[in-house]
Write a protein that binds this ligand. Structure first.
Ligand SMILES: [Zn+2]
Length: 142
């Protein structure tokens, strides 16, 4: 699962955000056929955005798609999704959410499971370390 192109893309996005001085969280939306529909990272710092979390950026960068495009899709994200992104995954009927880690933040995982979503938590070291480093360096931004 950690070698999935979707997860690799999400982790790359997280690192890119870190390099830009932003919150190092990345995400990628992958279709049931394994095609990356869109990828993105948290833009809170870069754009002064209240809503462009990593998952929202990935959805935004996927463009406007027919409902069928989200069927069976997977959202890869480096950190457990917050309530807003959890809601977006439910709204767009994403089937599966693959989460890099949930030690630094635990989002709406129970809510997702209650909505029949398939959840995979990778407990990935790189995701954890990147987030920890950021929180230590820029506590005012987290
Ligand atoms: Zn979020």
């Amino acid at each position: 699962m950690e070698s999935d192109p979707g997860f690799i893309a999400a982790l790359e996005e997280a690192k890119q955000s870190y390099a830009e001085g932003g919150v190092p969280i990345g995400a990628a939306l992958v279709s049931k056929d394994g095609e990356i529909l869109g990828r993105g990272h948290n833009m809170r710092v870069q754009k002064g955005s209240a809503t462009l979390h990593a998952e929202m950026s990935a959805l935004e960068n996927s463009g406007r798609l027919p409902a069928s495009a989200y069927e069976g899709a997977t959202m890869y994200t480096t950190l457990s999704p917050c309530d807003m992104c959890t809601g977006a995954c439910i709204l767009y009927k994403v089937k599966r959410i693959v989460i890099g880690e949930n030690k630094n933040f635990m989002g709406g995982e129970e809510y997702l499971m209650n909505h029949g979503k398939e959840l995979v938590v990778l407990d990935n070291e790189e995701c954890k370390q990147l987030m920890e480093k950021f929180m230590k360096e820029k506590p005012e931004l987290w």
